[in-house]
Ligand binder design. Sequence first.
Ligand code: SAM
Ligand code: DTB
Ligand code: SF4
Length: 366
Amino acid sequence: MSALEKENTLGARITAEPRTDWSRSEVAALFELPFNDLLYSAQWVHRQYFDANAVQVSTLLSIKTGACPEDCAYCPQSIRFETAIDTHDLMPLEAVRAAAQRAKDAGATRFCMGASYRGPKDSQLEPIVEMVKAVKAIGLETCATLGLLRPGQAERLAEAGLDYYNHNLDSSAEFYEKIISTRTYADRLETLERVRTAGVKVCCGGIVGMGETRADRVGMLHTLATLAPQPESVPINELVPIPGTPLANTPALDPFEFVRCIAVARILMPRSHVRLSAGRSDFSDELQALCFFAGANSIFYGEKLLTTGNPDTAADRRLFERLGLVPEDAGMDARGRATQARAGMPAVEQCREQLPGAVAERLAAS
Ligand code: SAM
Ligand code: DTB
Ligand code: SF4
């Protein structure tokens, strides 16, 4: 056992290397920690692998919007709900290329293309394959979120140069059934497996604030953390309640509970990027700062998510400036980033020394 591990013989064992053997009770114990202990532990873990002041910046584009046959209760794009969105068919290649170029010029390093499919047919995938090639050629990392993938489709996307595929688990297996009836949790896991096998990096997270319990949030993060290997990118979305959807009137989650979700995700998945995703428009700068402190190190940047708003880019630039955050360079691995420690940042070794016994004792006691 390394000195680091010994130091952290906790009710929930925090180690330098990612673990995929977390138990649900360990995850629940992390959630129960006093807020300051949780954030301190998360920040400590964060600094093992990342420059704590660097944030990965992705831009989203909805390349096909609305008229989706699925019944995801949170989603304005389902054909089953009456929502005020502008639907459109698959965008032309040139329009996607131009949007990607604008995103790059504005400072994004990754471009995520979202489409309102249950899953594309092979014939529907081909134009998207061309989009992936075009975006890649601009010099951006590429990500797509197209729903369930059939055999061979992840390979087609991989050949085109797709870096990431986003497919969320959305919630715990138990709560999922209350939110979506048209596809199963197992379907989702199968798509994630196809993505992984094709050699495309996995972007997988979920939504909180849909009326689920703390136990469901524990379950979702536990499932994510026990995927082996863990997803490289973990978007944590706060529900954007959209008029016309069944979840339109869901009461908002306690903001501190959202921060706890980020912190627990950071501790469970030390090498993954944790993305502060949907919901940011309603967050104060102070709440976002807490999320970054808790270990969030990725955002969607650009005025629109898929159909809803996102903070404007000037506000995000100003926030970065006020917090001394810098956009992360693309293409460097997590260890490379950690060694990029900037002047003034406490050395990782120093942080290790400082992980207090008190945190360990409280965890062990809970
Ligand atoms: N149709 C594809 C699918 O479902 O996988 C891709 C697009 S879908 C809109 C991508 C993800 O956006 C969903 O899995 C969900 O996590 C998130 N999302 C959709 N509507 C949302 C909302 N109202 N609030 C927060 N997240 C939302
Ligand atoms: C993810 O986890 N969040 C993004 C992206 N992956 C595709 C989508 C958020 C959508 C929010 C609601 C909307 O704009 O329609
Ligand atoms: Fe369709 Fe995706 Fe929305 Fe579900 S989340 S309704 S699959 S677009």
